[in-house]
Design a protein around this ligand. Structure first.
Ligand code: HEM
Length: 226
């Protein structure tokens, strides 16, 4: 298979298949099985290691995801920010720190699910596959940060235009064709994860219980000594 054909497959066909799967199945699942839109908390089954796994993982992944989104949406601002080396280093070190926090939390999540019999019983094959994908995605992201600096700069100058070209229905693989293998792997796995998203517990990301922020506090009365 020629390199050109492979690039077209991985960076044009695959992204569209994954994005359409994401859109269609996310809506279909919400309409047909809205009660399955949940992270299915396992805190009641195990609460000792729960906090130290799930919380660092979420702080890490939310900041890292927000960072990708910001670089995608306002690449010029990121490039302007990076024009002073000190600001570039602050951005890169912070991003790496949150990437490592994600990894520590995710390893905690996986070890907790594996080592506790009750939790292992309620963990499905889809969960394990998702954890493996997230783990590979986090490790490849950290490797990219360490071995292909400075990601915040070349993401803004190359990957943001590539992603926009996908969304504008005029895919342009020239932005990614010459990227290192690790970067290409990170992009392909990101699209695969987006395609897999609606089949997994990741759908909980779309149903954050925002009303908790403004609804009236709930009064709980105990009729016996706690
Ligand atoms: C949008 C904000 C988010 C909120 C409010 C949120 C909330 C939650 C909650 C409440 C749990 C259940 C924890 C438990 O009690 O067991 C959970 C689990 C989980 N979340 Fe999120 N989440 C968010 C974003 C994300 C993102 C962006 C990802 C990954 C891309 C993610 C991946 C996971 C995974 C893999 C679990 C399962 C952990 C386990 O139970 O072993 N979450 N999330």
């Amino acid at each position: 298979m020629s390199q050109h054909f492979l690039d077209q497959f991985l960076f044009v066909a695959l992204p569209y298949v994954c994005l359409f799967t994401f859109l269609l199945v996310t809506v279909a699942r919400y309409r047909m099985q809205s009660y399955s839109y949940s992270s299915l908390s396992s805190q009641f089954l195990e609460n000792e290691h729960h906090f130290w796994a799930v919380v660092p993982f979420h702080y890490g992944i939310l900041v890292v995801t927000a960072g990708h989104l910001i670089a995608f949406l306002i690449p010029r601002t990121i490039l302007a920010w990076n024009s002073h080396p000190l600001r570039l280093y602050v951005l890169e070190v912070s991003a790496l720190a949150f990437g490592l926090l994600t990894l520590v939390g995710l390893v905690g999540v996986i070890v907790r699910r594996f080592s506790n019999t009750k939790i292992r019983t309620v963990t499905t094959f889809t969960d394990w596959l998702l954890f493996a994908m997230l783990l590979l995605q986090t490790i490849s992201g950290i490797s990219v940060a360490l071995f292909h600096p400075w990601g915040s700069a070349w993401f803004a100058s190359n990957l943001s235009p590539y992603l926009w070209s996908i969304f504008k229905l005029g895919p342009d693989v020239t932005y990614v064709a010459a990227m290192p293998h690790m970067v290409k792997f990170h992009i392909v796995l990101a699209f695969l994860t987006i395609g897999f998203f609606p089949f997994t517990r990741l759908v909980h990301v779309l149903v954050i219980p925002n009303p908790f922020l403004w609804r009236k506090p709930q009064v709980v009365r105990w009729y016996r000594k706690r």
